[in-house]
Design a protein around this ligand. Structure first.
Ligand code: GAR
Length: 198
């Protein structure tokens, strides 16, 4: 059974879907949920689901990313995760943290990568006049929002969409895609999962 740590920064809706998926014959189990924000709403929700939680607040570390990442790594180590899932984790991780987890750390990003790395993905897709949008799960490499793609889900852009309405449509697909990719990945299969929704 693979041990999965999930890192969040916010409400944790993707985290909840991942935790809920890891039951029965699933090859992995959620063992810990961690956040860089002690107030992240997802921490309470994870605790309510019976998952161990902790936070390492990034703010006292200021600009010292390496020190923050060392503290995070140290706090994760006793849980002995086999896989780390970034699920709305909004800190950029440097190579020092990423490299030891090469091939074992996944991220979900709300765009059809390689389009729109970084922030404000939905606004940028709308500004570009794209006919479709979506989300991507990929392996984390030191370059931001890069790394081998493990799955994508596409949705149409609708007339009158705002960044919020598009984000909501994409989020529905995030909740399908991430659990599907994790199940496959935990079983040792990196074949991309390709979904489309409405
Ligand atoms: C999700 O839409 C996720 O794709 C995005 O943050 C949201 C978190 O929502 N992640 C990023 O933008 C990463 N750069 P959640 O906390 O409800 O899962």
């Amino acid at each position: 059974m693979k041990r999965v740590a999930i890192l969040i920064s916010g409400g944790g809706s993707n985290m909840i879907k991942l935790v809920e998926s890891m039951v029965g014959d699933h090859p992995a189990r959620a063992i810990v949920v961690a956040s860089n924000d002690p107030c992240a709403g997802g921490l309470t929700k994870a605790a309510e689901m019976g998952i161990t939680t902790f936070s390492v607040d990034h703010r006292p570390f200021g600009k010292d990313r390496a020190a923050f990442e060392a503290a995070l790594q140290q706090a994760l180590a006793p849980h002995a995760p086999d896989i780390i899932c970034l699920a709305g984790f909004m800190r950029v991780l440097t190579a020092g943290f990423v490299q030891p987890w090469a091939g074992k750390m996944l991220n979900i990003h709300p765009s059809l990568l390689p389009k729109y790395k970084g922030l404000h993905t939905h606004a940028r897709a709308l500004e570009a006049g794209d006919a479709e949008a979506g989300c991507t799960v990929h392996e984390v490499t030191p370059e931001l929002d890069d790394g081998p793609i493990l799955g994508q889900a596409r949705v149409p852009v609708m007339p009158g969409d705002t960044p919020d309405t598009l984000a909501a449509r994409v989020l529905v697909q995030e909740h399908r895609l991430y659990p599907a990719v994790l199940r496959r990945f935990a079983a040792g299969d990196k074949t991309p999962v390709l979904l489309s929704g409405e």
